[in-house]
Design a protein around this ligand. Sequence first.
Ligand code: PAF
Length: 283
Amino acid sequence: MRIVRTVADVRAAVREARSQGASVGLVPTMGALHDGHLSLIRQARADNDLVVMSLFVNPTQFGPTEDLASYPRDEARDAQLAADAGTDILFAPPVEEVYPSGFATTIHVAGITDVLDGAHRGSHHFDGVATVVTKLFQMVGPDAAYFGQKDAQQVLVIRRLARDLDMPVRIVACPIVREPDGLAMSSRNVYLDAAARQQATALNRALDAAETTVRSGETGADAVIAAARTVLTGAGIEPEYLELRSAEDLAELDRVDGQALLAVAARVGAARLIDNRILEATP
Ligand code: PAF
């Protein structure tokens, strides 16, 4: 695996591979790799001739009170894991390479960024994500890019921006990877102490309860959300949001009809965690 730090070098490496007919997969990450990231790399490896992983803790997607300064960083560890999972090129640019002095452009995806994490973290969050992902696509020029379904809203935002801006890239969403006790893998799980780590398992159990409710034939949003909320309350968790929305465009739903996204965010101990489940009513 080669490590490159400049746009010129990543472009040269991709150009060289393309000249031999290679397809290119990109896995954008902020590092602090866990098995969820590794599943993205493995999928990219299976689908493409050249796998590029970007490692960039993107400052513009963090709010002033968020964890940019404390976000876990260990490039040597990430590089080893990325190489072992099949990455060919690790693109790890410094901040000035991505945001040179005078940088003045923001990509804003309207509508679907107004709800859920967009409403709770502020519009800067998805503007930062959309801007850096657009830049990474421009820098690398991948055929396909891989994202985790845990960030379901982020996947929708990126699909929309790729479609709206006619970007010739296939967006691949990979399934949520969970710990054996159901906690969705996240770089922010390292903030959990033992008690909070145990408490955090309630998020997945709440989603299970909602799914069981739908499977039993009760598809109304109130009942589905109440089933999940009961589990969270029992674990002492007050969600920041717990909402049932269309899995396609995040429109509010009053019942599960077609594919619905039940999304939750909550502060648990020192971490802000998100999780979600696609719910489908059986006919
Ligand atoms: O999901 C992430 O890790 C980040 O939001 C991403 C897509 C790498 C953009 O910084």
